[in-house]
Design a protein around this ligand. Structure first.
Ligand code: FAD
Ligand code: SF4
Ligand code: SF4
Ligand code: SF4
Length: 384
């Protein structure tokens, strides 16, 4: 039996999930068990779409379909928290199990703080996250740096500081540092992210710290809440997941990797914010002058909001029809998210004009954090 605070290695006992799972398939097995045992009404997970660069969210009600969601898609830059608010009524009238990266968890916490989602109805299985790579960058990087046709790649992974691809009978890895020095690699918001182990989820799962015979075959789980402990205990009792105590050296290694990732995040923050501060207004003005006022940054931000009257063309603050819009269009948006931006990168990723929006928002939020509690990534809502 596990309790909040415990750590275990875990893996699925289902042959199909074990094979398809990223590291033993414990996450998929837990989601499947939660659905079968009616702890949740549905599971929101991520599944490969057209190819490995196409990650899509799926709401699953039939447990037999869960095996299709096994595996990690590192070019999956989507935010699964948003569909819960937009399409599932904030999980206010159904119980759902959700697999979350750190940014998904932070978005859910912000949305819960505003009453837009009901966290009591959501079971969160967190994934440690070193970062994700934009599909556009991934294709370019694989073609230009790896010298491989991106369409020939059947699997990608990020392991031991390398981006690794598998194609035909071969595999090739290049150090992330080298890739990032040359402008490839993880999204810029991910480089600055310091929410690596999502301990506000019910369970936090990842490969860091799994050593010895189970390396690559099991997931390290940190039990972060009573709800998480209950799910894991019931799944083990039902025989769908097996666990064993982690090797102490593995726990130590996990701590060291997490610390190294936090330091790297801090290094990128210093680097990016310093470059921005050299000409703050000039950089913002130059970037936003390319804006075509498509509203994507507002629509896809989990914490921003569009004003209905503005969409009808009656905004009291911004004149309609002007492209690029008056700079106040952006200033107002920055005000809306100044103390809530979670640095998820959605605004920047989906801006058709490639404006570094997350950099601006994250810099503003980081400044707010010097004055307010709780800081980004710290407890906002007690769901434990
Ligand atoms: P599986 O049973 O294979 O289940 C994987 C789950 O992840 C599924 O529910 C699937 O829907 C979901 N998923 C897949 N892609 C995404 C996505 N892009 N966004 C949201 N959900 C997704 N672990 C570490 O220890 N260190 C890391 O640096 C690290 N980085 C990661 C980066 C990304 C982008 C992702 C998705 C995962 C990362 N992980 C990391 C977690 C690790 O890869 C495994 O997902 C974890 O160990 C669980 O393994 P499993 O076999 O139990 O999962
Ligand atoms: Fe992972 Fe953080 Fe990037 Fe989200 S913002 S994908 S948690 S590194
Ligand atoms: Fe302007 Fe980009 Fe926002 Fe569209 S997504 S409104 S182009 S800043
Ligand atoms: Fe995410 Fe951008 Fe919104 Fe910040 S402003 S929460 S980075 S979409």
């Amino acid at each position: 039996m596990v309790a909040k605070g415990d750590m275990v290695y875990a893996w699925s006992t289902d042959a199909e999930i074990l094979k398809k799972g990223e590291l033993g398939g414990a996450v998929t097995a837990l989601q499947k068990f939660a659905l079968e045992s009616k702890m949740v009404d549905a599971v929101l997970a991520v599944k490969k779409g057209y190819d490995i660069y196409d990650a899509k969210p799926v709401l699953i009600k039939d447990p037999a379909e869960l095996a299709d969601t096994a595996g990690s898609l590192h070019c999956g830059t989507l935010l699964v928290a948003s569909p819960i608010k937009k399409y599932l009524n904030g999980s206010k009238d159904m119980k759902i199990g959700v697999t979350v990266k750190g940014c998904d968890m932070m978005a859910l916490l912000e949305l819960a703080r505003r009453g837009s989602v009901n966290l009591d109805n959501i079971t969160t299985i967190g994934l440690n996250c070193g970062g994700s790579v934009s599909p556009v960058t991934a294709r370019k990087m694989i073609a230009e740096k790896f010298g491989v046709d991106p369409d020939d790649v059947r699997k990608e992974e990020i392991d031991k500081g390398q981006f690794i691809i598998e194609y035909g009978d071969e595999h090739k890895g290049i150090a992330m540092d080298e890739l990032e020095d040359e402008g490839y690699g993880r999204r810029s918001n991910c480089r600055r992210c310091k929410y690596k182990v999502p301990r506000q989820a019910d369970l936090a799962c990842g490969n860091w710290g799994v050593i010895g015979p189970k390396a690559g075959k099991a997931t390290f789980i940190e039990v972060c809440s009573d709800k998480g402990a209950d799910l894991l205990n019931k799944a083990v009792a039902a025989g769908v997941v097996q666990t064993e105590a982690p090797i102490p050296k593995g726990i130590e290694i996990r701590g060291k990797i997490e610390n190294a990732m936090l330091k790297l995040g801090e290094k990128w923050r210093k680097n990016d914010f310093k470059a921005l501060s050299e000409d703050l207004w000039g950089t913002i003005e130059k970037g936003t002058s390319r804006c075509i006022k498509c509203y994507s940054c507002i629509e896809n931000c989990p914490v921003c909001f569009t004003l209905a009257d503005e969409l009808k063309g009656d905004s009291r603050m911004i004149t309609s029809g002007a492209v690029p819009p008056n700079p106040m269009f952006h200033m107002r948006r920055f005000a809306h998210i100044s103390d809530t931006c979670i640095n998820c990168g959605q605004c920047e990723e989906l801006c058709p004009m490639d404006i570094p929006l997350a950099l601006f928002s994250h810099a503003i939020r980081t400044e707010s954090d010097t004055a307010f509690e709780p800081k980004l990534g710290e407890a906002l809502y007690n769901n434990k």
